[in-house]
Design a protein around this ligand. Structure first.
Ligand code: NAI
Ligand code: A1CAB
Length: 260
């Protein structure tokens, strides 16, 4: 995720030399260094150089990473933006020594191709300027929308954070089914991907909802109708709702498990 955000910033004209990348080994950042970014394996050195710190480690290690940099965060008081799934602003703020502006962001992997969708939530110490700086950073990777309550980030995770994986699963299933129906894997894959792209672009440009676009594809007594009736009869909408509920529940449970 950090790479997607740095890539988006650079593509949008933000100078690479103003960015510090930090990871556990210099070898992991050789390409970033070649692109002109500053690199370090010392999180505290990166914090000392920054007005805005983006935390993009796995949720399971965020506590120890945060506690190790608390002193330098308290000294420099940057805006903290965390993309970690399920870690509350209050937990992060506490690990970092308290009284800090924290934004929680839930991005998604299409940020890598600047087609991301991020949900944002700010604690009450984040200034208007810092909110707009956050928007500038995250819109470099796609769209970014503020939510009103932190709990809504669990729902954002279920819709867009994890959402790309649902579409990839549907693509996998469509390619396999296309092959079973007699197409080569390559043809089935190309048609599947282009159809996903076309449908998404149509939905994005349209002034009607996806349900209406679906109706327009579905001719009475035609072919689509048979597919849609089968999907609905076999419970596809409920399956999707159940999966997303499980995702949202896991996001909330992570906060319980890892927030102490
Ligand atoms: N992958 C996804 O689709 C999404 C991930 N996220 C969140 O983004 C965060 C990062 O996830 P990914 O980018 O997928 O993981 P990743 O494993 O690709 O990146 C994490 C990076 O943190 C580095 N790291 C580990 N310990 C460190 C330390 N002590 N100091 C500095 N760097 C350290 C690792 O070497 C690795 O390069 C997670 O908290 C995840 O919940 C959020 C939305 C979507
Ligand atoms: O699966 C995860 O936990 C992360 C957060 C959202 C997408 N990937």
């Amino acid at each position: 995720m950090a790479r997607a955000i740095m890539g988006g910033l650079i593509s949008n004209g933000y100078p690479a030399a103003s960015i510090w990348a930090c990871d556990t080994g210099q070898d992991k950042m050789a390409d970033l260094q070649q692109q002109g970014l500053n690199t370090t394996t010392d999180n505290n050195a990166a914090v000392a150089a920054a007005d805005i710190v983006i935390l993009a480690v796995k949720p399971q290690v965020l506590k120890s990473v945060a506690m190790d940099m608390a002193a330098s965060v308290q000294q420099h008081r940057p805006l903290l933006i965390s993309v970690a799934a399920g870690i509350l602003c209050s937990s992060l703020e506490q690990w970092l020594g308290g009284d800090l502006p924290v934004v929680r962001c839930m991005p998604n992997t299409p940020a890598l191709v600047q087609q991301g969708a991020s949900g944002l939530y700010a604690n009450n110490r984040v200034s208007d300027l810092q909110r707009s700086q956050t928007e500038q950073i995250m819109t470099a990777t796609g769209i970014a929308l503020w939510v009103e309550s932190e709990a809504q980030l669990d729902a954002v995770t279920a819709v867009s954070g994890s959402g790309p994986a649902y579409y990839f699963l549907i693509m996998e299933a469509m390619v396999a089914a296309g092959e079973k129906l007699g197409l080569s894997r390559e043809v089935a894959q190309q048609l599947t991907i282009q159809t996903a792209l076309g449908a998404a672009e149509m939905a994005r440009q349209s002034d009607v909802e996806p349900a209406e676009l679906r109706r327009r594809v579905t001719s009475p007594k035609g072919t689509t109708e048979q597919a849609i009736l089968t999907f609905i009869d076999q419970g596809l909408p409920e399956i999707i709702a159940n999966g997303m509920q499980a995702c949202s529940d896991r996001s909330a449970a992570l906060a319980e498990e890892l927030g102490k």
